[in-house]
Design a binder for this molecule. Structure first.
Ligand code: COA
Length: 388
């Protein structure tokens, strides 16, 4: 396998983007990535696009073809593939693109993600998202994603020392980071009180424990490491890509407070990169709900089970902490356009490793990690990137 590098990144702002269509979102992110890599579209050999549910959100399927057409690449007949794995779609598009370049099949490849979720009512969005759980055993009996993660939070809080305040501190930290990220949906700081006084969504989770409903797109361009300096002075090398699966329904799990797919994907990624958690300078994790960040930090091995609440409270996951988590603001504050999130996580790590993250920059960051979850953990992807 060839070594692969990220040579360009591009991300739209995240939020309610009523003036921008689904295809325009993708084109904006793609154009930014091409510009970043000083590349023209004719040099692209293939496209991989992460998208969860354009059929439900904007009544459009056949996303690979749509994107190839409107980016002007259909006239060259290059392959364009949609990748779907619920909220993990973006990360799996990235992984497929990486494998294509590593294998030698393709050279310069776009991995992108796009979702436009706010054109429908919240009830429709919530129902479309619930299709990522087990429709027959969970959705049909009324379980939504806030409901399923609330069950995880309840189980976790019954078994481990996590206070309601510590859980709120995950959101406070991520809003602090989001306030320093120009693309974030919510660029405002909040307090623990803001979280505790916000509306109850699914006990014990409140509005500020939830990621929002978001429109947005992100794109990265990959090339063989040996060619990367043709395009950029600061290539970022992909040190590991891994993917794991688990039961789709929560009730079939061994333990709902531990995401076994994250444990497996994390271990495989560390093995592939020949690294340990203590060597990671920052990590973007899938905080679709505050409890998900708590579980992710533990399941990836950054601390023991039951310690992530204390770690958060003591500031160890903050920008100046031992292991900064979700420097972008995470899904909570940066936003969660589901198909795009995994690619946005990669964009954030690349910005940090290049030293381009402005007011949220981690000094001397050399190695970064991403963890992206589909559903309640039925699919998980983990990537590790390093300065080349
Ligand atoms: N965090 C903070 N504020 C939020 C928010 C969030 N998650 N969601 C909405 N808001 C704010 C809005 O900005 C708006 O503020 P304003 O009145 O100052 O403009 C207000 O709350 C009402 O927004 P609205 O869009 O009407 O909220 P909603 O009730 O339709 O949706 C949720 C709220 C929690 C139901 C929705 O955000 C949700 O379902 N989130 C989870 C998404 C999810 O499951 N993703 C997949 C995870 S795997």
């Amino acid at each position: 396998m060839r070594d692969v590098a990220v040579i360009g990144i591009g991300c739209t702002t995240f939020g309610e983007k009523w003036g921008t269509s689904f295809r325009e979102l993708f084109l904006e992110a793609g154009a930014l990535a091409l510009e970043d890599a000083s590349l023209s579209g004719e040099k692209i050999d293939a496209l991989y696009v992460g998208n969860m549910s354009a059929g439900r959100f904007v009544e459009q399927e056949h996303i690979g073809a749509l994107i190839a057409d409107y980016s002007g690449m259909a006239s060259r007949h290059i392959p364009s593939t949609r990748v779907e794995s619920a909220c993990c779609s973006g990360s799996l598009a990235f992984r497929q693109a990486m494998i294509a370049v590593a294998s030698g099949l393709e050279d310069v490849v776009v991995a992108a993600g796009v979702e436009k979720m706010t054109d429908v009512e919240t009830s429709t969005s919530v129902d479309a998202l619930a299709a990522a759980a087990d429709r027959e055993w969970e959705g049909f009996v009324g379980a939504t994603f806030p409901g399923l993660y609330a069950m995880i939070a309840t189980d976790y809080m019954n078994r481990y020392p996590l206070t309601r305040e510590q859980l709120a501190q995950v959101a406070v930290k991520n809003h602090y980071n989001g306030a320093r990220n120009p693309i974030a949906q919510f660029q405002k700081e909040i307090t623990v009180e803001t979280v505790l006084r916000s509306a109850l969504v699914a006990d014990p989770l409140r509005l500020f424990d939830c990621s929002p409903i978001t429109d947005g797109a992100a794109a990265v361009i990959l090339a063989p490491l040996e060619r990367a300096r043709e395009f950029t002075d600061a290539p970022i090398r992909i040190l590991a890509t891994s993917q794991a699966s688990d039961t789709i329904a929560l009730h079939d799990r061994r333990d709902i407070s531990t995401m076994d797919a994250t444990v497996a994907a994390g271990r495989r990624a560390f093995e592939m990169a020949r690294l340990t958690p203590s060597q990671i300078d920052l990590v973007e994790v899938h905080d679709c709900f505050t409890i998900a960040e708590i579980c992710a930090i533990e399941d990836l091995g950054f601390c023991q089970k039951g310690e992530a609440g204390r770690l958060t409270e003591e500031g160890e996951t903050a920008l100046n902490g031992r292991i900064p988590v979700n420097t972008s603001g995470g899904l909570k504050a940066c936003g969660h356009p589901v198909g795009a999130t995994g690619i946005k996580q990669v964009c954030e790590v690349v910005q940090q490793l290049r030293g381009d993250a402005g007011r949220r920059q981690i000094d001397g960051a050399e190695i970064g990690m991403t963890q992206n979850v589909g559903g309640t953990g039925a699919s998980v992807a983990v990537h590790i990137l390093g300065r080349a």
